[in-house]
Design a protein around this ligand. Structure first.
Ligand SMILES: C[S@@+](CC[C@H](N)C(=O)[O-])C[C@H]1O[C@@H](n2cnc3c(N)ncnc32)[C@H](O)[C@@H]1O
Length: 218
């Protein structure tokens, strides 16, 4: 007799993994109602605000600096740049229309006074050779598929002497400080390969999990 195959409901473990994937997708490219919730978490979680402040604090911003934030989300990093100096100009780039709308609402004044430009898209969508003094991101570059292409573009968008800063904090149930350390050290190596100089790595605790930052110069 052939054994009977019973197709039951997906197990608890596969449902958990599925749910986790859907949550991560909302931080990769927020959209719809769940994306609004993800944006709210980014804008209100104290550790996220602190992480963005720390990252922006690592930028050496001279008066009149032109700054690019990649993956600005609802605009927490933009807050930190706009309040760092009165004459800084910042471009916020995000491929999520929803996040660009949230950032525009949050920073209506900066848009009105032309201190801020918001672009919906990816680095490839920016006009080449923008000559930024600084480019930064916070918990974004783990989502970039082709890092080599990305870093070459970022290098081209910086002025000579410009600064590149990226922060990564492992998230989720399987996150660990070791994973963060290994991610950032690979990233630092990739920065060197892409022609960046003075590459440095920093680590800081935010709650239970440290955040890791790579700093480099063009
Ligand atoms: C985890 S959120 C972090 C948002 C913000 N940096 C913060 O710390 O609050 C990642 C953001 O990067 C954006 N993003 C991811 N990959 C991107 C890419 N290749 N180009 C532009 N934006 C990207 C997502 O849409 C999302 O808003």
């Amino acid at each position: 007799m052939r054994p009977e195959i019973i197709l039951g409901e997906p197990g608890l473990e596969s449902r958990r993994i599925n749910l986790q994937r859907r949550i991560v997708a909302q931080f990769r490219k927020p959209h719809g109602l769940a994306g609004t919730l993800a944006g709210w978490i980014m804008a209100n979680r104290a550790s996220n605000i602190a992480r963005n402040k720390w990252t922006v604090g690592l930028l050496s911003l001279a008066p009149g600096a032109r700054v690019l934030e990649i993956g600005c989300g609802p605009g927490i990093g933009l807050d930190a740049v706009l309040s760092a100096a009165a004459d800084t100009h910042v471009t916020g780039l995000d491929h999520s229309e929803l996040m660009i709308t949230k950032a525009a609402k949050r920073h209506a004044n900066a848009l009105k006074f032309c201190r801020l430009e918001l672009v919906c898209g990816e680095l490839t969508n920016l006009q080449s050779g923008q000559g930024f003094n600084a480019i930064f991101s916070c918990n974004v570059l783990q989502f970039v598929d082709d890092r080599k292409v990305f870093l070459t573009l970022a290098h081209n968008h910086l002025k000579t002497g410009g600064q590149f800063v990226t922060t990564y904090q492992p998230r989720g149930q399987c996150a660990s400080a070791d994973e963060g350390r290994s991610w950032i050290s690979q990233f630092a190596e990739d920065l060197c390969q892409a022609g960046f100089t003075d590459v440095d790595v920093q680590e800081r605790n935010f709650g239970k999990m440290p955040a890791f930052c790579a700093i480099a110069m063009r």
